[in-house]
Design a protein around this ligand. Structure first.
Ligand code: NI
Ligand code: MN
Length: 231
C-alpha cells in the first residue's frame, strides 16, 4: 500500500514498492516543514514541478547527497544536470515506465524560471505529475490555476489528488473544488496554503465546497504537516 506523507506547503514524501520519493522538497526555510532535508538519506526519486524556491527547495542538495533521480521538464533537467544531478527530463503529456512504476507530466498554468547569479533563464514550463506505484495513481498538480486540461485526468482514475487551494499564485478553494469535479479522484489532499500570509486558506472550507458541489465520490483528506495517508 503506497504511503504519502505531507511535509508542509507542496512537499510530500511518497513511498511504495521500489520508490522512496520526494515531491517539491521545500524544507529549508519552509515555516511548515515537518522534516529536515538531512532526514532523507535513501531517496531514489525527486519529482520537481517547477523551479520557484518554494518547490525547488532542497532538491539539488538532496539529489546530490542521495543520488536520487530528479524528474522534471526537460529544460529544468538540463540545468540540474549541469549541477551534477541525475535527471529524467520529460515533458508535458509524456509518460514513461521506470523500475517503481510510471510517471506522466501534466500541464500546469504557471511560470518556471531559472534564477541564478541575478540572471533569469528560461526553465521550460511548470508541470504536475501523475505517479503510478503499486497500481495506485497520485496526481500532484504543482502550482497551477484551474484548467480544463484537468478534465482529461478523470480517465486516469486518480486515487489521490494533491491540489493547491491557497489562491494568489494558484487555484483558490472555489477553483480547487471545481478541479475535484473535473478529476473525480478517490481522495483529494489540499496543499499550498497558510505557508505565507498571501495564501491563507481554511482547508475545512475546501471540504465544505466539495460537499456543497455534491462531489460525494471524493473524500477530502486534510493532512497536517507530518501526517501520513496510505492508499
Ligand atoms: Ni510557483
Ligand atoms: Mn508555489
Amino acid at each position: 500500500m503506497p504511503k504519502l506523507r505531507f511535509l508542509g506547503h507542496s512537499a510530500f514524501y511518497i513511498e511504495g514498492d521500489g520508490l522512496k520519493g520526494l515531491i517539491d522538497p521545500f524544507l529549508t526555510g519552509n515555516p511548515q516543514a515537518a522534516a529536515k532535508a538531512g532526514d532523507f538519506t535513501d531517496i531514489n526519486a525527486i519529482f520537481l514541478t517547477h523551479t520557484h524556491g518554494d518547490h525547488l527547495g532542497d532538491t539539488v542538495e538532496i539529489a546530490k547527497r542521495t543520488g536520487a533521480t530528479v524528474f522534471t521538464c526537460n529544460e529544468t533537467a538540463g540545468w540540474l544536470a549541469s549541477k551534477g544531478v541525475k535527471t529524467e527530463g520529460m515533458h508535458i503529456g509524456g509518460r514513461a515506465k521506470f523500475s517503481f512504476g510510471t510517471v506522466k507530466l501534466t500541464p500546469a498554468w504557471h511560470g518556471d524560471p531559472i534564477i541564478e547569479d541575478g540572471q533569469i533563464r528560461y526553465g521550460g514550463i511548470a508541470c504536475g505529475f501523475v505517479i503510478e506505484v503499486e497500481g495506485k495513481k497520485i496526481y500532484h498538480a504543482g502550482d497551477t490555476g484551474l484548467t480544463t486540461e484537468m478534465k482529461l485526468l478523470e480517465a486516469e482514475n486518480i486515487d489521490v489528488a494533491c491540489l493547491p487551494i491557497g489562491g494568489y499564485f494558484t487555484m483558490d478553494i472555489t477553483d480547487a473544488a471545481r478541479a475535484v469535479g473535473f478529476i473525480h479522484p478517490v481522495r483529494a489532499v489540499p496543499m499550498h496554503y497558510n505557508t505565507f500570509p498571501k495564501i491563507a486558506a481554511a482547508p475545512e472550507d475546501f471540504a465544505m465546497a466539495v460537499s456543497q458541489a455534491n462531489l460525494l465520490g471524493t473524500e477530502i483528506v486534510i493532512l497536517n504537516p507530518g501526517e501520513n495517508l496510505e492508499f
